[in-house]
Design a protein around this ligand. Sequence first.
Ligand code: 6GU
Length: 263
Amino acid sequence: MNFYVMTLFPEMIENGMHTSITGRAITKGLLSLTTVNIRDYSETGNGRIDDYPYGGGAGMVMQAEPVYRAYEALKEKIGSSPRLVYLTPQGKVFHQEMAEEFAKEEELVFLCGHYEGIDERVLEEIVTDCVSIGDYVLTGGELPAMVMMDAVSRMVPGVLSNQESGQFESFQDGLLEYPQYSRPGVWRGKEVPEILLSGHHAKVERWRRDQSILRTLHSRPDLLETAEFDKQDRKFLRALLSDEYEVRITEEEKSFLAKLLAF
Ligand code: 6GU
């Protein structure tokens, strides 16, 4: 996978991506990273790449020509017209399936905006995908580009070790991951759940599944509407609704569950 990032802050991308698992993957040659400083393509040659917005309003707009020139130079270098992702809060919200789709590409170009955005005309010419990472506003597209590259990288064969591949399973079966524990068995008076020390594999698996369901109910009830439940899962869900069960859930969670189980 070859990543290209068009940005005003290449050092931010370089520093972030050369760290940890993505850094190791770049060293191994499984990923490559090329940053392009849009400022190097300033029209006037003085490094200026922004101007006032037509129609007035606060802030500055990144001009079309420097972005277009940077893109043309990159296209020449790559020798094809790859997918170009523009990071913007106005884009579609990034999710795991998108990461899997992007991971199929050989090359991916990211365009990071700053200020109040980029002149719409160049976006119409070069952008293939507009992507946001969530409903909050950031100062620029660099962190979102790194978020996307991180999520895409871990889908690339060889980037994760066998041990790492088993981790971060959340979303992969539609539920959140169960809690993990390691030594010591008692930490500041807090014990590891007894079942995990029992050596009873089937019971451990059942407990983990129940914990996944419970966590999803607490943090992301929306995910429960599309998750698939077997007979054992439904038994646990019904037990949660009845007051005899040791785990307490809120009234709100109860009414959500009652509706879910009605289907
Ligand atoms: Cl992609 N860019 C900016 N500036 N803010 C964001 C975002 C992107 N996604 C969420 N917030």
